[in-house]
Design a binder for this molecule. Structure first.
Ligand code: NAP
Length: 333
C-alpha cells in the first residue's frame, strides 16, 4: 500500500523550462524530495543552473523515446508530466502522454501529476474555431491533473505592449471585452508542491490554480497603477495583431520547427494563436473561474501576489521584453 508520506523521488518533466523550473524551485525548497530533471542537454546553462538547488539531479534523456521514458521513471515515486506542445507534434504529444503513463505505472511510480488545461474546446461546443493545440482535454496509478492559466510572464514577450511616439504604452490585442486567466509561474510550482503534500485532497482530481482573470482594459489600468506610466488598450483584429508581432515571431512558421511540409498535424502560430485569442475573446469569466481554488491559493502559495498590479510592482514590470520560455531563449542563443 502506497503511503504518500513516503514520496521521496520526484521527476520533473521540462524542469529546465519556464513551467518546470517553478516546480523544481518549490519542491527543492521543501528539502523533502530527491528531484530528477530530464533534459536533452545537461551541459546547457539552464540545466546547470538547477544544480544550485539541493538534492536536484540532471538526467540526459528525452521524453519522446521509450528508452528515455524508462530511464526517466526508474526509481521514481512521483512525476510531474509536462510535454512542450510547441516543440512536438500534437499526435506525438498524445502518444507520448499515453506511453508515459504506461511506463510510469510499470516503473512503480505512485503519483502521476499531469500538467493540463480545462477542456476549453468542450466549453465552446467543440467549435473548430477555438481548436488550438495547447488546450487539449486529458486514468490505476494515483493521478492528478493540474490546470492553471496563461503565464503572466507572457506580458514580457508575446503579450507585451508597444510604445507610441508620445511614450504611451499600447496594449494591442484582438480580445474585445474578453479576458485572459493570467497566472504567475511561481504559482505553478507551488501548486505541484501542494498536490504532492496533500494527496488526500489531490488524487483523482483536477486541481486548479487561481489565475487573475483579466480584461485588457483592466490590464491597462493595472499597468498605469503599478508604473505611473500612460497606457491604452487597442482592440485590433487578429490580422492586425499578427502583423504587429512579426518582428518577434513569424506567424506563418510551421510548428514544431522542422516538421514535414505535408504533415497535416502541424500547426502555425497564426492558426494556433488565432483560435487561442478567440478562446479569450469569447471567454466567460464565471466559466473560467469555476472550480478554481479561489481563496485557498493563498494557503497553497503564501505571500503570492494579490493582483496583477501587485505582480507588476513586485517584478518591476515595465512593458519591456523579458523572455520566459526556454525554447525561445534557445532559438535566440
Ligand atoms: N505560455 C503559457 O502561458 C503556458 C501556460 C500553460 C501551459 N503552457 C504549456 O507549457 C508547455 C511549454 O513549457 P514551458 O513553457 O516550460 O516551455 P520552455 O520554457 O520552452 O521549456 C520547454 C521544456 O521542455 C523540455 N523538452 C522539450 N522537448 C523535450 C524532450 N524531447 N525530452 C525532454 N525534455 C524536453 C525542455 O528541456 P531541454 O531543452 O532541457 O531538453 C524544456 O525544459 C507547452 O505545452 C504550453 O502549451 C504554456
Amino acid at each position: 500500500m502506497w503511503d504518500p508520506k513516503e514520496t521521496k523521488n520526484v521527476v520533473v518533466f521540462g524542469g529546465t523550462g519556464a513551467q518546470g523550473k517553478s516546480v523544481v524551485t518549490h519542491l527543492a525548497a521543501t528539502g523533502l524530495y530527491n528531484i530528477t530533471v530530464p533534459t536533452r542537454d545537461p551541459t546547457a546553462p539552464a540545466a546547470q543552473a538547477l544544480l544550485t538547488h539541493p538534492n536536484t539531479h540532471l538526467l540526459h534523456a528525452s521524453y519522446t523515446t521509450t528508452a528515455g521514458l524508462r530511464a526517466i521513471f526508474e526509481h521514481q515515486d512521483a512525476a510531474f508530466i509536462s510535454f512542450n506542445s510547441f516543440a512536438i507534434r500534437e499526435p506525438d504529444e498524445l502518444y507520448w502522454t499515453i506511453r508515459a503513463y504506461e511506463i510510469a505505472a510499470a516503473s512503480g511510480v505512485k503519483h502521476f501529476v499531469y500538467s493540463g488545461a480545462p477542456n476549453r474546446l468542450a466549453a465552446h461546443g467543440y467549435d473548430e474555431r477555438f481548436r488550438n493545440a495547447h488546450n487539449a482535454p486529458t486514468a490505476q496509478m494515483a493521478w492528478t491533473v493540474v490546470t492553471r492559466g496563461v503565464y503572466i510572464e507572457m506580458l514580457g514577450s508575446l503579450l507585451r505592449p508597444v510604445r507610441a511616439g508620445d511614450g504611451t504604452f499600447v496594449f494591442a490585442a484582438p480580445i474585445g471585452e474578453g479576458s485572459v486567466p493570467l497566472m504567475p509561474l511561481d504559482d505553478y510550482g507551488a501548486l505541484v508542491k501542494w498536490v504532492l503534500r496533500y494527496p488526500g485532497e489531490s488524487v483523482g482530481r483536477r486541481v486548479a490554480g487561481a489565475p487573475f482573470v483579466t480584461t485588457w482594459v483592466e490590464l491597462v489600468g493595472a499597468f498605469e497603477e503599478a508604473t505611473g506610466m500612460q497606457a491604452v488598450f487597442r482592440d485590433v483584429t487578429k490580422e492586425e495583431w499578427f502583423e504587429g508581432i512579426k518582428g518577434y515571431i513569424d506567424p506563418e512558421e510551421r510548428m514544431p520547427r522542422g516538421v514535414a511540409e505535408d504533415d497535416e498535424t502541424a500547426t502555425t502560430l497564426r492558426k494556433s494563436f488565432g483560435a487561442w485569442w478567440d478562446l479569450w475573446k469569447f471567454n466567460e469569466r464565471d466559466l473560467e473561474a469555476e472550480g478554481r481554488q479561489r481563496g485557498s491559493m493563498e494557503g497553497v502559495n503564501p505571500g503570492r501576489p494579490k493582483s496583477v498590479v501587485d505582480w507588476m510592482r513586485r517584478t518591476g514590470y515595465d512593458g519591456g521584453l523579458k523572455e520566459a520560455l526556454k525554447m525561445k531563449k534557445d532559438e535566440e542563443a
